[in-house]
Write a protein that binds this ligand. Structure first.
Ligand code: MV4
Length: 592
């Protein structure tokens, strides 16, 4: 068995691998950039080594730096995670040439599958068809016109070294062929450094269904069930699930067997995923991902397998401890990706920053694979995946409802997240019916109405009242001995005050604070958010207070509200006493 694994990655996947290593008694080595010095994966690993640099290129993609840490740490294996070097042939070779185990497929398999034309050739040699098309490299638009004439329009021109949909051009008819080919080749050259392109028939409403496979070094190759990843936006997956909805079992078996054939055809070892387009009851080979995927927990929940455990065992030369007949998929699992992006208006604007508060959901069938905790910072330099929320239910509707409940419990403040978009997808009738496709999010789903925080619009100011900026806050109140959770429109005092509340899931998360407010917070002014009567003052001049400590209790609208410090420090002034009336924004204490 492996003794010490270096995880050449960061974020939630590094945490994921560390967890299973720990359960198996395998020592773990984390690597980190200057920005990740205090990151969660660093905190959890047994050892951690600096790579230097800030950007991915300077750190996690710095082969020499990683090889140096292998040397210094004495790691006997490297897990690449996903992204970064996970599908880099040269990196895998550099590791294996040093007699260190690369926890993944042989470099040759990575190479075959890295080029979409050779991947397609490998699949076809295994008797698995891609979308009807030509795999010879396009050199003239005449080839595109001839193909369209034979197979019908529209057609898709694709980059041979592409991925993630980049470089793909849909051609409606012969008149568009020349411009489309020129543009596809130009984009392919600029994105991937290679301009080879090929042509296929275009599928207008396909589902993206992928099959998990795992192969050991003893000739065993198994399929572990499919994942439907059709809910995507600009080739970024948002929601994944297993089993695929409206997916006949005989198609599942045929797709599983086809995936095993493809894996065997390229001498695959370890965990991998074969991607297909599924339309009108037919499936077509798209590509093979030679790594563990972000969405692997969906398969883990329905099969009960720990895929990282089997990656480690296979890498150590162990045979798979189960047969195809042992693989049983039970129930239904759904994953939503929680990215630090603001989905307001459908824009998905990056939202890097510090997570001021994070509360994980819990309860039966709920799993949060997070790469961050409260206080951690999401950097603009790396993928903005904060966490994956994955749930299991006895059927799809139970899983969908459980996911909505878990999202509502999830609190992530300080950055905007994609959770409101995930809710919109999960609640949409098309998704409920399993009638969405890879084009559905961009062509059908209306995200224009969602905001980063699902707060309804503020009420108009009362007659004569100046329009003070107001925000909706989740507030815990006690009225006549009974506890209430209410939403209150209060003046936006930003960080200067925190009316104690439950924080909020995607529906009720506290609004993003304004810059001016954070300045107020810096001054340590503690102000009341609304008209009311002071019922308790809990501090005296000279007291030391912690961030979030209750300074006084304000009775307003027949409810008691805690007014908390948004800054740790010493109380230098107390301006109120019990029984006094105060107005919105009145300063009740100063903290230095
Ligand atoms: C296609 C297609 C329709 N017809 N090929 C996009 C990324 C790359 N993996 C292949 N992709 C597609 N290829 C033909 N002949 C539609 C897509 C596609 C897609 C595929 C899978 C998942 C999401 C997608 C989003 C848009 C388009």
């Amino acid at each position: 068995m492996l003794k010490k694994v270096l995880i050449a990655n960061r974020g939630e996947i590094a945490v994921r691998v560390i967890r299973t290593c720990r359960e198996m008694g395998i020592a773990t080595v984390a690597v980190y950039s200057e920005l990740d010095r205090d990151a969660l994966h660093v905190r959890l690993a047994d050892e951690a080594y600096a790579l230097g640099g800030q950007t991915a290129a300077e750190s996690y993609l710095n082969t020499e730096a990683i090889l140096d840490v292998i040397e210094r740490s004495g790691a006997d294996a490297v897990h690449p995670g996903y992204g970064f070097f996970s599908e880099n042939t040269d990196f895998a070779r550099a590791i294996t040439e040093r007699g260190v185990t690369f926890i993944g497929p042989p470099p040759e398999a990575i190479e075959v599958m890295g080029d979409k034309i050779s991947a397609r050739h490998a699949a076809e040699r295994a008797g698995v068809s891609g979308v009807p098309g030509r795999t010879d490299v396009l050199t003239s638009p005449d080839q595109v016109v001839a193909f369209g004439a034979e197979f019908g329009w529209p057609v898709a021109i694709k980059a041979a070294f592409g991925g993630g949909g980049r470089g793909m051009k849909v051609v409606a008819g012969p008149d568009d062929a020349a411009d489309a080919l020129e543009s596809a080749m130009r984009e392919s050259l600029s994105y991937f450094g290679r301009d080879e392109c090929y042509v296929e028939r275009y599928l207008a409403w396909p589902r993206h269904v992928e099959m998990q496979v795992i192969c050991d070094t003893h000739g065993n190759a198994l399929w572990l069930g499919e994942r439907d990843c059709s809910a995507q936006r600009r080739h970024q997956k948002l929601v994944e699930e297993s089993p695929a909805p409206n997916f006949p079992h005989e198609v599942r078996v045929a797709m599983g067997e086809a995936s095993v054939k493809v894996a065997k055809a390229c001498g695959y070892v370890n965990a991998g995923t074969v991607e297909f387009l599924y339309q009108d009851g037919e499936f077509f080979f798209l590509e093979m991902n030679t790594r563990l995927q972000v969405e692997h927990p969906v398969t883990e929940l329905v099969t009960g397998l720990d895929l990282v455990e089997w990656q480690l065992k296979v890498a150590a030369g162990e045979p798979l401890g189960f047969t195809q007949d042992d693989v049983q998929c039970n129930g239904h699992a759904i994953e939503v990706r929680i990215n630090a992006e603001n989905p307001a208006g459908g824009a998905f604007t990056p939202s890097p920053g510090t997570i001021s508060r994070m509360v994980a959901p819990g309860g039966p069938g709920v799993r949060l694979d997070a790469g961050y905790e409260s206080g951690d910072t999401v950097s603009q330099y790396y993928d903005n995946l904060v966490a994956k929320l994955v749930v299991w239910g006895h059927d799809r509707e139970a899983a969908r409802k459980r996911m909505l409940r878990a999202i509502a419990e999830t609190v992530i403040e300080g950055v905007a997240t994609t959770l409101p978009a995930d809710i919109a997808i999960l609640e949409h009738p098309d998704f409920v019916a399993g009638e969405h496709s890879t084009n559905w999010v961009e062509q059908t789903l209306d995200l224009s109405g969602i905001t980063a925080y699902a707060a309804p619009p503020a009420p108009a100011p009362a007659e004569g009242e100046e329009a003070t900026p107001r925000v909706l806050r989740d507030v815990t109140a006690e009225v006549d001995g009974r506890r209430y959770q209410v939403k209150l429109w209060v003046p936006d005092l930003g960080d200067a005050v925190a009316v104690q509340g439950s924080g909020g899931g995607a529906r009720g998360a506290a609004p993003k604070r304004t810059k001016s407010a954070s300045a107020a917070a810096g001054s340590g002014t503690v102000a009341v958010p609304m008209q009311g009567t002071i019922v308790k003052v809990l501090v005296d001049v000279g007291d030391t207070v912690e961030l979030g400590q209750t300074v006084c209790v304000l009775e307003a609208m027949k409810m008691e509200n805690n007014v908390n410090a948004e800054k740790a420090g010493t109380i230098t002034e107390v301006r109120v006493a019990p029984g006094e009336s105060v107005g919105p924004g009145d300063v009740i204490a100063i903290i230095e």
